[in-house]
Write a protein that binds this ligand. Structure first.
Ligand SMILES: Nc1ncnc2c1ncn2[C@@H]1O[C@H](COP(=O)(O)OP(=O)(O)OP(=O)(O)O)[C@@H](O)[C@H]1O
Ligand SMILES: [Mg+2]
Length: 360
């Protein structure tokens, strides 16, 4: 698996020209608001598929008044140095991201990079995970699945495409029945796959939290649950497809697809008693950290994947429970961390040889 050795940014966000080297273990980036800490994590996260931790469009990554950005990161993968170049490219008035691995853009190289990289991400918005929208929670869960299955985004994108297609077909009166049947078959098979992957991801988090309880005293019990008014574990393709057919009339009227994994929500039950949306923001951060610790444990101990942790603004809102979870991750796992906060002192509890970088 990859470790990040050096980064070099040219005209990326607020950086005209910026270079930094990092340590294989704990890297703490501190500095004033607006100094560029999140941008650095973003520049690192862009090596994976997708649009980075902010899910920003590519155009916004280019430094204002410049034409393009260029990122050159070097990774250590199985003791070899690998150079990753990421650049923006304008085509037909649209910007896209291009990644080169040792100057190569072949599919084999991309696959090699994707296989070598896995990120676990914390962003401050997650402190309100259980008070934000269901789609935010689904994305949160989907990112966890993606951390061990880098083809998952393809599945999700395909599903979204077919849902859009279905809505488009239903808009026509009369609609093309054969085409609609075809599209619904695709929706059902991909939809079932997504349901299954999400359930298995959730079960793995729950069971890892349970295992970790033995040597970690958590503040409370957490049990994640999927809330879905349609799916249960016995639903078959035939079932699914006939339910979709049944809802055609409704869906045509409202321009939606009423059932499917794009309608699920995720909740957490605290102490077998109440919903996590009742927790304070600091406590929601605890739940998120518990989930990330559980996922870390699963990736490393059961899936042979060493993730890189990108935890943005993790320094604030850390009471003794949250600190203990973070310390657990640092002490337990031999993986690379990037932690950010406005002040160096916020991290004084990290006593192991952490490396501090003042971002100015
Ligand atoms: N495309 C861009 N061109 C130039 N500057 C940009 C661009 N996009 C963002 N910035 C600026 O980059 C600066 C750093 O942003 P960043 O979010 O990384 O700060 P931060 O160090 O994480 O701050 P905070 O502690 O508030 O989270 C901001 O002042 C922002 O306005
Ligand atoms: Mg920031």
């Amino acid at each position: 698996m990859a470790k990040i050795k050096n980064i070099e940014f040219k005209n990326f966000r607020n950086f005209a020209n910026y270079k930094k080297s990092f340590d294989n273990k704990v890297n703490i980036l501190f500095g004033d608001n607006g100094s560029g800490k999140t941008n650095i994590l973003e520049g690192i996260s862009l090596m994976a598929k997708g649009r980075g931790i902010r899910n920003s469009n590519i155009y916004n990554l280019i430094k204002i008044n410049e034409d393009n950005f260029l990122i050159k990161n070097s990774l250590e993968i199985e003791n070899n140095n690998t150079n990753i170049t990421i650049l923006s490219e304008k085509k037909n008035n649209k910007y896209k991201k291009v990644i080169k691995i040792n100057d190569d853009i072949s599919k084999e190289s991309q696959d090699f990079l994707n296989k070598s990289l896995s990120y676990l991400i914390f962003v401050p918005e997650m402190e309100r995970l259980f008070q934000s929208s269901p789609s935010y929670r689904r994305n949160f869960l989907d990112r966890l699945i993606f951390s061990s299955n880098n083809n998952y985004n393809k599945i999700i994108n395909k599903y979204k495409k077919f849902i859009l297609e279905r809505t488009k077909i239903l808009k026509n009166k009369p609609y093309d029945n054969d085409w609609l049947n075809q599209v619904e078959i695709e929706i059902c098979s991909i939809g079932l796959e997504i349901y299954k992957l999400r359930y298995s991801q959730l079960n793995s988090i729950n069971s890892n939290i349970h295992t970790l309880k033995n040597d970690h005293k958590f503040q409370f019990n957490v049990e994640l649950k999927i809330v879905d008014n349609f799916y249960d574990n016995v639903i078959t393709l035939e079932n699914y497809s006939s339910k979709l057919k049944e809802s055609r009339f409704y869906d045509q009227k409202y321009g939606v697809t009423k059932i499917g994994p794009h309608r699920s929500d995720i909740t957490a039950i605290i102490n077998n008693n109440f919903d996590a949306s009742l927790l304070s923001t600091g406590q929601q951060k605890t739940v998120v950290l518990m989930i990330l610790l559980a996922q870390c444990n699963d990736l490393i101990n059961y899936k042979n994947i060493n993730p890189i942790l990108l935890f943005d603004e993790i320094g604030s809102h850390l009471d003794s429970y949250n600190r203990q979870i973070l310390l657990d991750m640092i002490n337990k796992f031999d993986i690379q961390f990037f932690l950010t906060g406005t002040d160096k002192n916020l991290f004084s509890f990290v006593s192991t040889n952490a490396n501090f970088y003042n971002i100015t």
